[in-house]
Design a binder for this molecule. Structure first.
Ligand code: MRU
Length: 351
């Protein structure tokens, strides 16, 4: 994707350094974060300097490769096993994180040259993600008519998934092929991934959009102002239930009430075939400060955080929710568009 005319990958590696766009600073500042070791990369994932299911998956794969490179020769097994467990604990909900860590770990551990193999596999995952997001874009575009008004939640663009995004990839394709598209962007409290990241991405591409308050979506649907909803996914269960950013469920219920198609876009690496139903998915609980405080820039351009709740309050902050399959019109995968049901999911994940 291009930022100010330059090509960037969501996350990449230079030598033994993991590099990515520091998302906590966007949209106010564009800076590349460089992490020299696996612990630092893990911390960056946990603190959401990099975020979004696919992006943290690719970053976690690179972190695992860093761990192989850092492991002392005489205790490689113990070191990389501990590293794997520690990367696992950074963010519990996104399937892609486990998928990438396991792939790098399993491929490298018993190979002749573990360091080289780990790095190769981590690069391969990021490369495959880029291709998957491209394919999602192609399949998903078929669903987009000219003059579509689209609602999206959170950020499921190229900041969240190497290299074109998931939910936004079809929208980018439609726009590049001359279709007139307009995007309503849920602000996505408490961290504002919609208002800060999706809005910034759409700006880079030149797609017209408006940020709407999180609680305005159903109102717009009731007025006939939304043609369809498209969101990404953090993990998809075998029965088609989808874990995604908190607030996705209420959009899906409202869309059903107003007969508006509700699409989920995700590659096969987001499907968890060991997870029978959505209620089995672990929902990450984030620090209460994310709800109690609001961050932004002052009129002097300084990034700051202010208390925006009654002093002394405590808050509960679940980061994701589960949308039951019955509210989902279809899932746009990198292998085609499927119904959110067990037989379709088993078929496509077997391919
Ligand atoms: O907590 P985040 O910002 O990592 O959550 C991101 C989302 O929920 C995205 O919508 C999701 O990862 C799908 S995009 C690959």
């Amino acid at each position: 994707m291009k930022v100010n005319g330059n090509d960037y990958r969501t996350v990449w590696m230079e030598g033994s350094t993991v590099c990515f766009i520091e998302q906590n600073l966007l949209p106010f500042e564009f800076r590349i974060y460089r992490s020299d070791n696996y612990l630092e990369t893990s911390k960056a994932i946990k603190s959401m300097k990099i975020r979004g299911a696919g992006a943290i998956g690719a970053a976690a794969g690179f972190a695992m490769a860093q761990a192989f490179a850092e492991a002392p020769e005489n205790e490689l097994q113990e070191f990389v096993y501990r590293a794997k467990q520690s990367i696992y604990t950074t963010r519990p909900t996104a399937r892609n994180l486990y998928y990438a860590v396991d792939r790098v770990f399993n491929k490298a551990l018993n190979s002749i040259d573990p360091q080289r193999e780990a790095l190769k596999e981590a690069h391969k995952i990021a490369e495959e993600d880029a291709l998957s997001s491209l394919r999602i874009g192609k399949f998903g575009e078929e669903l987009i008519q000219d003059k579509s008004r689209i609602l999206t939640h959170c950020n499921a663009g190229w900041l969240a998934f190497v290299d074109h995004g998931t939910a936004l990839s079809p929208v980018y394709n439609a726009f590049h092929h001359g279709k007139d598209v307009f995007v309503y962007v849920d602000e996505t409290k408490p961290r504002g991934q919609g208002a800060k990241l999706t809005a910034w991405e759409l700006q880079q591409v030149g797609i017209p959009y408006k940020i709407i308050p999180d609680n305005a979506a159903a109102h717009l649907m009731s007025l006939g102002q939304i043609d369809f909803v498209i969101v990404g996914a953090d993990r998809i269960a075998v029965n088609g239930d989808v874990a995604n950013k908190i607030g996705t469920l209420s959009r899906a219920i409202a869309a059903r009430e107003y007969n508006i198609p509700f699409y989920v876009a995700a590659p096969l690496s987001t499907f968890d075939i060991d997870c029978i139903q959505g209620s089995d998915i672990i929902i990450e609980e984030r620090p209460q400060e994310e709800v109690l405080f609001t961050s932004g820039i002052t009129i002097n351009g300084k990034l700051t955080s202010v208390l925006s709740s009654a002093p002394g309050s405590s808050a509960y902050n679940p980061a994701f929710d589960i949308t039951p399959a019955k509210f989902i019109t279809a899932i746009i995968t990198d292998k085609g568009i499927i119904q959110p049901d067990e037989s379709a999911i088993r078929d496509i994940t077997r391919q």
